[in-house]
Design a protein. Structure first.
Length: 319
């Protein structure tokens, strides 16, 4: 389905969502009351979109620790440098992201790149290219230090540093955030909102966007994924490209069916060094082209979804 992203963001409110569309009129049929079928199904997204798919592209290479970084290699005594592990991460910026960027161009979609500030500093040209090719630059921390153990002062300083790095290098100010392994703190959303962020993805409790009240104002949550996350699927437990492709199709088919009667969103996560290898790019492209053949399927960046969710009526709100 072809849809202008500007049109999508502008088409907010109950009218844009089609809430209450196709009211059912009571009729008499063979002496029993029946409900007539609406002329068209209800729509829960603007422009009569049926299902929204949002893809994340993690830009992390260069931010990993020099010792003890997770990798496909057996653990190594931290007294020694893990040279092959570092080269595995290097693949992410040398081959992975360039290959994924070409894929997004081939299939005509835009994605959200969750960028670690330190990775942006080490590979500024690539970070800038991501934005220049129309993709969203989202915050993913300034370093790989986990947020869950930070004090409020450390959190604030880290998020501000991430904003400054991404904006200086790419020219785009991040408005979305993804914590290390989704593990923020009770203070995270408040700090993000105060710093000008409008959404977080660190919630896997729904298959649709929703809002939460933060300091009395709506703050968007654009759910992330574990089941469709390459770092999980190709590691614990490991799967094959063919099995992952089938899982994506199965997930899509159920969500697409449910989307006839309720708002549905599908989330997929790719990492520079994991999904950027040739065979996995092939499976991702096959899935995208499969989904694009279905009526009413739209691929959107997470900032677009978040802006709409904050302004639209009828989006679930949690306190």
């Amino acid at each position: 389905m072809t849809m202008s992203r500007r049109t999508f963001i502008a088409a907010t409110g109950a009218t844009a969502m089609g809430l209450g569309a196709g009211p059912r009129a009571s009729i008499q049929s063979r002496g029993k009351e029946a409900m007539s079928t609406p002329k068209e199904p209800p729509f829960f997204w603007p422009d009569k979109a049926r299902l929204v798919i949002s893809i994340s592209m993690q830009f992390e290479t260069g931010a990993q620790p020099e010792k003890g970084a997770s990798s496909p290699f057996p653990p190594l005594d931290p007294r020694y440098p893990d040279l092959p592990a570092q080269k595995w991460y290097d693949y992410g910026f040398k081959e992975g992201i360039p290959r994924l960027l070409d894929l997004w161009d081939r299939v005509g979609i835009k994605v959200t790149a969750h960028m670690v500030g330190q990775a942006v500093k080490r590979h500024p040209a690539l970070a800038k290219e991501i934005v220049e090719r129309g993709h969203e630059a989202s915050g993913h921390g300034e370093t790989w230090q986990p947020q869950y153990s930070m004090s409020p002062e450390q959190e604030r300083a880290g998020y501000q540093a991430s904003i400054d790095t991404i904006q200086r290098v790419t020219g785009q100010r991040p408005v979305g955030f993804n914590a290390f392994w989704l593990r923020g703190t009770p203070n995270t959303l408040g700090i993000l909102q105060e710093l000008g962020f409008i959404y977080s993805i660190d919630d896997i409790s729904r298959d649709e966007p929703f809002t939460v009240a933060v300091n009395g104002k709506p703050f968007a949550v654009v759910p992330y994924t574990i089941r469709n996350n390459d770092i999980v699927r190709f590691d614990s437990p490991a799967t094959t490209n063919a099995a992952y492709l089938q899982d994506l199709k199965d997930d899509f088919e159920i969500l697409y069916a449910e989307a006839a009667t309720r708002r549905r969103m599908m989330s997929i996560s790719t990492h520079d060094r994991i999904s950027g290898i040739p065979g996995r790019v092939k499976l991702i492209e096959e899935f995208i082209r499969y989904a694009q053949k279905q009526k009413g399927v739209v691929f959107l960046r997470k900032d677009e979804i978040a802006r709409w969710a904050v302004s639209a009526a009828g989006v679930p709100h949690e306190t």
